[in-house]
Design a protein around this ligand. Sequence first.
Ligand code: 13P
Ligand code: ZN
Length: 269
Amino acid sequence: MKSVLEGRPALKEEIDKIAEVAGYLWQNGWAERNGGNITVNITDLVDDGIKALPAIGEVKRIGATLPALKGTYFYCKGTGKRMRDLARRPMDNGSIIRVLDDCESYAIIADKEVLPTSELPSHLSVHARLIEKGSPYKATVHTHPIELIAMSHNKKFMKKDVLTNILWSMIPETKAFCPLGLGMVPYELPGSVELANATLNALEEYDVVMWEKHGVFAKGLDVMDAFDQIDVLSKSAKIYIDAKCMGFTPDGMSEEQMKEMTVAFNLPR
Ligand code: 13P
Ligand code: ZN
């Protein structure tokens, strides 16, 4: 069977980037079994040939009404699919969907009938909000980074910006490359509309949010940008934990050093 990617180099490049990041998630140990999901808004890369593709299988409900998504197209990781498999075969472990005119349902259009991720309510709510705001962000990533999840098992780290300040102070680059910090989302059932709504709210203020005792959810310009922000936060968490393992609480950069970064890199705070 011919893939929709054939003869569409720009779309193929985008899907290749998703596959590359899926490999990094697996290599990092953040993607056990089917853990994590990626969706990317590919509407700008869709031509008339793709628009004419019929639905594969039945039309499905999103679980929310999202007017901003009318006629948009997304690549979605398949539910139950493994990142390590997606890294090698993105169109067997994910699919392209079209949001229908009722704005509450979607059809899978390529390449195969691979059902989208169970976290679709969170992903699509966030994409809808990004479109409403005129944001250039096109990608959302959910993954299970070990050290960050471990830290979310302590209530004191779940308080607003406690973890942001600790992680920023571990290494200057974290503040520079994740300048909005890490938002906190108290535990909600995976795949639920409650989790989607809480994620949506928290992402108004942050690019990356922690799902308590579950994982992180990030938005970015593209899938690489979303991954990079999670990666720098995770690096800081590892440094904090390594210092603790050596028997001391790390000093962290001083307030003065953090302020100096804000000025030097022209950061929002
Ligand atoms: P899916 O396999 O449905 O994408 O779920 C993985 C996951 O991490 C749920 O939070
Ligand atoms: Zn998860």
